[in-house]
Ligand binder design. Sequence first.
Ligand code: GTP
Length: 439
Amino acid sequence: MWVTNAVSIGLLLRFYPRVSWHHFAVCAVGMVVPDLLAGTAYHQVLIMTSANVLTIWLGWLFLNRFASRSENSEWLSTLYCVPQWLLLCQPSLIIGSLLGAGGLFFMFDKPYLQSAIFWYLNESLNFIVFLPVILAIPKVIKSSEGDLLSIFLHILPSALLLFVFIFIKNEMYFLMASILIIPTIVWLALSGNLFLTTFGISMNGAFFFMWIVHSSHRHLHFSENIYVAIVRIVVTVLALCALTIAVAISERDKLYSKISELADNDDLTGILNRRAFMNAAEHTIASLNKDQRCAMILIDLDYFKKVNDELGHQKGDKVLIEFCRLVKLCLPAKQLFGRVGGEEFALLLSNESDKSHEALTDLIVTEIGKKPLIIDNEPLPLTISAGMAKWVEGQKYEILFKHADQALYQAKNNGRNQWQEYQHNETLQAPASLIPSVT
Ligand SMILES: Nc1nc2c(ncn2[C@@H]2O[C@H](COP(=O)(O)OP(=O)(O)OP(=O)(O)O)[C@@H](O)[C@H]2O)c(=O)[nH]1
């Protein structure tokens, strides 16, 4: 029963703006039926259901109007949204619990007022345990794709605990389980995985819920109720801390990958910039063994200054973008491609045979030179020149780059629209397949 409020608000928020009064009515029915089945008095059911539906409606209204969402309207994507939920749900929780417990007090003249404290505490716990899960699941499941083994391994300890405690019907075990699981939740939170953290927290909520169901706290004295209330507050605060840590870590990771993407990629073309290409190429070259093959190709657009001068810098930018798109289409996966100068680009081909390095260089130069690029629906003839140098054992990045540059220089000197291979005896050889263009 208690759980339904948080789950209902979560679902209503997920399906906003399709929510209408029908949905609140369905929530009410969902609350009335279990109470009636449990044999609760009609008046009592009416008061409790009204208080619950009011809690849902107010909570939905407050969250919907005042809580922040990210640009793509996703919940649970900003750090401050976790404490924000709690804060925004407070009025609905307080009003709902006071009305529910107060109504019961006036109608039945029993000491129901102190149960307002329980009503409120239960709701707070549920809001932390269930609301984030409902709001986060569609998003975090998406982000966890491809990591199923890790999800399984993380979930396993919680699932085992749950299994064990379901079959041991002793209320103290449930309480112990909800405390024992806390290190697992902290571990999940520190891994920054929102999905697993919310899963762990909901497991914890389940243990705790079972403890409440199995325990006879409803008939305890006020001082014992206070003890139960303190345990609830501790569990609630721990769950909130874990959730906040997980959100903070996943936010930090997102920010970090955004920053490194901005730092490594060229603004205009999106491919690696000079520094990132050099770092990645140095790393690849250092990891090669003598049996592996690798080649550096430097590519330069022919007479690019003319494009800028005649058509403008903006068109020139579009040419660079389109050129990169075409090269990427020709490239096999995991090959490094970077912009190392204004209109100069570098490729590091590895894990291919010598033959295919040559074939690939030939393909790129021929493919781009043989058809005009289409820029703003207009054809624009463009040719490129390239220099290729094969890696030999022990060679460093700088030397390989210098050799490719020398071969490029030779290709330019030989009339452009062609590629040259650097020869270790310093003599350069023109491939027969390409005819130099006249521009
Ligand atoms: N549109 C645009 N032009 C750029 C960019 N970076 C460099 N350039 C231009 O690229 C041109 C390079 O000119 P040059 O070095 O003379 O080379 P080229 O005209 O291609 O002649 P060759 O390389 O000898 O065939 C210059 O006009 C630069 O302004 C850029 O990001 N966008």
